[in-house]
Design a protein around this ligand. Structure first.
Ligand code: PCA
Length: 332
């Protein structure tokens, strides 16, 4: 086999040599990109940027992570494949969009499984080793995960009868929100957070299921009048890196990255709790009617949710089922 040495190939060879030399000698400075679909106003992005700042400070600038927010570098669906390939070193995604890879990624979108921050955190602790294995199988390393506030239902009328779901076009951010909507008789459409305003203004959707944080960030009051705080589930974002990029860092830098990640996880969960409160207040301050499900709606949600859980169990492998056992043991 012969190689034609292009200038790019030569540059790559030199870069590799520099990396090897760097690994053996002084710490090698690295510039990383981190892609997230969420905008600068999101508490997730504020937290992720703080994480990057902490890493920069702890490593004296040796590891410089640039956070590209709002899908500006790559679209949501391309973030995981790009980190896997190593074309970007790090990414943040809505964990449940990975549901095609394993039923484990659906766990934080199953109704009734974890309905409080404490339970959601216990579920994450139980999930982390399995999710770490799943990411490792694809050459990636999860750093931390942060919960969104609980998911609820936005409508342009007060939701007080389950029959109101019939034919309702509901914007959904993941597969289980779509399934739940279908079980209730509605018509789901999967839409990215950033596309919510267009989906409403072009009449593609009449309603949506998401958190108060996204409701506030997307100015929900411009499209709908009611928020039903149904506490469907508490989903998470996950932040992860390409394993080869991580292995290319010296040990001290790796440790600084992991330490900053642990801090970001703790800070992020607190920010989520604070944002749940602040964003609910913002919805109200902008004239939205915030309620909780009445008995009839609660019962319909329960029935639709049970069907979802049964469906999940029929697809879950032993690893996923064992994870639920572990979670139950951690619940307080
Ligand atoms: N906001 C994101 C994910 C979950 C949430 O609360 C969204 O709706 O797309």
């Amino acid at each position: 086999m012969t190689f034609k040495r292009t200038p790019l190939a030569i540059a790559t060879t030199l870069a590799t040599a520099a990396a090897l030399f760097g690994a053996a000698g002084a710490a090698q400075a690295a510039d990383w990109n981190l892609a997230t679909p969420y905008g600068d106003a999101s508490f997730h992005t504020v937290n992720t940027k703080q994480f990057a700042d902490d890493v920069r400070e702890a490593t004296n600038g040796e590891l410089d992570i640039t956070v590209h927010s709002g899908g500006s570098l790559i679209s949501h669906g391309e973030i995981k494949p790009s980190v896997r390939r190593g074309t970007v070193q790090a990414g943040e995604v809505f964990l449940s969009v990975l549901s095609n890879d394993s039923p484990v990624f659906e766990l934080d979108t199953l109704p009734g499984l974890a309905g409080s921050y404490d339970d959601a955190y216990a579920l994450w602790q139980a999930s982390k080793p399995v999710i770490t294995e799943l990411f490792a199988e694809q050459g990636m390393l999860p750093l931390y995960a942060v919960a969104w506030p609980a998911q609820g239902i936005y409508t342009d009328f007060e939701l007080n009868d389950p029959s109101q779901f019939k034919g309702l076009r509901v914007r959904a951010p993941n597969i289980n929100t779509q399934r739940l909507t279908e079980n209730l008789g509605g018509l789901p459409t999967e839409t990215e957070e950033s596309d919510i305003p267009t989906a409403f203004s072009t009449g593609r959707v009449d309603a949506m299921i998401t958190s108060v944080s996204t409701g506030e960030a997307m100015a929900a009051w411009e499209y709908v009048s009611n928020y039903n705080d149904a506490n469907l589930w508490i989903p998470k974002n996950i932040i992860f890196v390409n394993q080869r990029a991580f292995d290319g860092l010296d040990e001290e830098t790796q440790q600084a990255l992991l330490d900053a990640a642990a801090k970001a996880e703790e800070r992020g969960w607190e920010a989520s709790k604070a944002d749940a409160k602040a964003s609910t207040e913002a919805l109200e301050a902008n004239g939205m009617n915030v309620t909780t499900p009445n008995d009839a709606v609660a019962e319909a949600l329960q029935t639709a949710g049970n069907a979802l859980y049964e469906d999940w169990q029929s697809r879950a492998d032993d690893r996923a089922k064992a994870l639920i056992e572990d979670y139950r043991a951690r619940q307080q």
